[in-house]
Structure formats: structure tokens, C-alpha cells
Design a protein around this ligand. Structure first.
Ligand SMILES: [Ca+2]
Ligand SMILES: [Ca+2]
Ligand SMILES: [Ca+2]
Length: 152
């Protein structure tokens, strides 16, 4: 009786001891935010790369904007932009203001090639993931500065 009890206790101790290292070796530091802004743009890039060739062409870029033009009037207004733009409304408004160069309140589809050129920093006629993320982050950081750190 005692021996079996001791055996059981010993086994439990063994199991406990065996379990110990695996729990302590697990990384205990808090995991970073599930989706960083940069990773968000990476995913966005892949989603907008319709033919999956790893770059965004002007036609793919234009396709997105034509899609965003929900009422088909040839331009993307702020309401339409928020359907494709940053998930944060405040951020979307600021980014939109930034993209609307002539500040007439709409982004016409004729302005899209100019926007494309801003992304295509090596002028090879296509936007790589790196170019896309870099420009998006540049705009994001610019706009973020405008909004201030306390607002989202
Ligand atoms: Ca593509
Ligand atoms: Ca429209
Ligand atoms: Ca390029």
C-alpha cells in the first residue's frame, strides 16, 4: 500500500519535474501587437496584387481605384476612400487629404498615375512590395505626426 502510494507520488513528482522545463523555456515576454502597421501594408500589397506576380502594375493600381469609385463618377471621394483606406477613420481622412494634392475634395482617376509614380521610387514601371510598404509607411508616419500621438 505505502509502496504503491510512494510510487504514485514519485511518478507525479517525475511528471511534474519533466513538465517543468518545457513551461519555463517558453518565451515569457509579451508578444508584440498582432499586426504591425508594416505587416498590415504587406498583406494589403498582396491583396492588391491581383495577378500575384509580386508587383503592382499601373493597371492593378487603377483597378483598385476604379473599384473604390463606388458611384462611378470618375473620382474617389472621402466616403468611397474610407472603404479601401486605413481602417481608422481619422487616419483615413488625413491620408486622403494628403493624397488629394489639389485639395478639391476628390481624387480623380486621372490622378492615379501620378500617385503610382510616387510609389514607384525606382521608376521601373511597377511597385514592389518594398516600395509599396516604404511609401505607405512614409505617408502613415507623416499623417501620424499631423494627428498627434494621442489620437488614433
Ligand atoms: Ca501584379
Ligand atoms: Ca466616386
Ligand atoms: Ca518600382
Amino acid at each position: 500500500m505505502w509502496t504503491s502510494l510512494c510510487l504514485v507520488a514519485g511518478l507525479l513528482l517525475c511528471v511534474g519535474a519533466a513538465k517543468q522545463p518545457s513551461t519555463t523555456t517558453k518565451p515569457t515576454k509579451p508578444t508584440p501587437t498582432p499586426l504591425s502597421q508594416e505587416n498590415f501594408y504587406r498583406i494589403l500589397f498582396r491583396r492588391e496584387d491581383w495577378n500575384g506576380d509580386g508587383v503592382q502594375s499601373l493597371s492593378e493600381f487603377e483597378r483598385l481605384w476604379r473599384q473604390a469609385d463606388l458611384n462611378g463618377d470618375g473620382s474617389v471621394n472621402l466616403t468611397e476612400y474610407t472603404s479601401i483606406g486605413p481602417s481608422s477613420k481619422v487616419l483615413a481622412i488625413e491620408v486622403y487629404k494628403y493624397l488629394d494634392h489639389d485639395h478639391n475634395g476628390v481624387i480623380s482617376l486621372q490622378e492615379v498615375p501620378r500617385m503610382f509614380t510616387a510609389f514607384d521610387t525606382n521608376y521601373d514601371g511597377s511597385i514592389s512590395e518594398q516600395e509599396f510598404v516604404r511609401e505607405k509607411m512614409r505617408i502613415y508616419n507623416l499623417v501620424k505626426k499631423e494627428i498627434g500621438p494621442d489620437k488614433k
